[in-house]
Ligand binder design. Structure first.
Ligand SMILES: Nc1ncnc2c1ncn2[C@@H]1O[C@H](COP(=O)(O)OP(=O)(O)O)[C@@H](O)[C@H]1O
Ligand SMILES: [Mg+2]
Length: 364
């Protein structure tokens, strides 16, 4: 496929420390892919390797079938918007944006046409004669984006470009990045530790933890079918039902927990043995609450209302179960008049809970 990017066994070590374990990743031309993970999980290391600023300790990087592993950054022709990848303070917006063109020997009317086009796209035309210090943080970020796009790169690499901006501005930018991505059709590889940012913008999210990829999938699939406990926890809120498998058939299993029994979707956890310990993720918004008896299919639990939090259109309810664990439910506001301490029955559809790979002990 044209311009697909392939990371084959890319690995990065600093002395004995492993920043990135052997990683395989394929990114299709035109995709908007987000690398999402906590601080130190290896996101920047992957992006810097792709950009050519960090030489991998092992593995290869292929662009459109060509090995680019040894190419210096300037010969990869990728646009970059990195944290602290600062604008030139003494150049106007117009000249900052035109810099990559001059570096490529593109000058005159040809260059100005390209500059004007990206300035328009980034809504910066009115600021073309200003210096960076005469711009707000958001406007400076737009200049950095325009500068990275002006030479029509095959790939745009963005490392937490919005982290310095306030929340309202970040939201505006998320919509803008999405629109610009649609308009230019360039592959975007975006790094963030912000789940909401990742969910809003991406065609696909790659979840990283401690230098390895845990799961790579479109946002809805990651949310609905998390492969691991970490993924379910990192992307949204989840209950975790912990118990033993008592039956497996047709992609479903029965999970016997101390305070409840649930049918669960097997998800990606194939080799399941009867009697094995297992963990299922259950999103709070899939839990229904009622005062009457539990439904017959057995996916239910009885508990006391321990906490009620009003969030406008929805209410977060915490139920205390008989074994001392809790179950979170998010229900529409006004669905049920609730009071703390009352006994309620929680229930969910048989396929609402999904088995996930348990967290391994997090070492030092
Ligand atoms: N130049 C370096 N020297 C030593 N360790 C590094 C260096 N750069 C990154 N690391 C380590 O590699 C790991 C991954 O870092 P990084 O890719 O920057 O994570 P992220 O961008 O997800 O926060 C971290 O443990 C970090 O401390
Ligand atoms: Mg980083």
């Amino acid at each position: 496929m044209k311009d697909s990017l392939i990371l084959a066994g890319i690995e990065k070590r600093y002395g004995d420390a492993v920043a990135l374990q052997a990683t395989d990743l394929e990114i299709k031309a035109g995709e908007f892919v987000t690398l999402l993970g906590p601080s130190g999980s290896g996101k920047t290391t992957i992006l810097m390797s792709i950009a050519g600023f960090v030489p991998p300790s092992a593995g290869r990087i292929l662009l459109d079938g060509q090995d680019v592993t040894g190419l210096p950054p300037e010969r990869r022709n990728f646009g970059v918007v990195f944290q602290g990848y600062a604008l030139f303070p003494h150049l106007t917006v117009n000249d900052n944006v035109g810099f990559p063109l001059r570096a490529r020997g593109i000058r005159g009317a040809d260059a100005q046409r390209k500059i004007d086009a990206v300035l328009d796209m980034a809504q910066l035309r009115a600021f073309a004669r200003r210096l960076p210090r005469q711009l707000s943080g958001g406007q400076q970020q737009r200049v950095a984006l325009a500068r990275a796009l002006v030479f029509e790169p095959e790939l745009l690499l963005l490392d937490e470009p919005l982290s310095a901006l306030d929340r309202a501005l970040r939201k505006d930018f998320q919509a803008e990045f999405k629109a610009i991505h649609r308009q230019v059709g360039t592959t975007f590889i975006y790094v963030t530790h912000d789940q909401e940012e990742a969910l809003t913008m991406s065609d696909r999210i790659v979840i990283l933890d401690r230098g390895r990829i845990l799961q790579s999938a479109p946002p809805s699939e990651l949310y609905e079918r998390p492969a691991t406990e970490f993924v379910a926890r990192f992307l949204g809120k989840s209950n975790f039902l912990r118990g033993r498998i008592t039956r497996v058939a047709d992609g479903m299993a029965d999970l016997q927990c101390p305070a409840l029994t649930s049918r669960v979707s097997v998800g990606r956890q194939d080799a399941l043995a009867i009697g094995a310990n297992a963990v299922a993720a259950l999103r709070p918004e899939k839990v229904k609450l009622q005062r009457s008896e539990a439904p017959a299919d057995g996916c239910s639990a009885t508990g006391q209302v321990a906490d009620i939090t009003y969030l406008g259109s929805v209410i977060d309810v915490t139920l205390a179960l008989a074994d001392g664990t809790t179950l979170a439910a998010t229900i529409p506001a006004g669905a049920l008049a609730l009071s703390e301490g009352e006994t309620l029955v929680a229930s969910w559809a048989p396929d609402a809970a999904i088995l996930v790979e348990p967290d391994v002990e997090r070492g030092a």
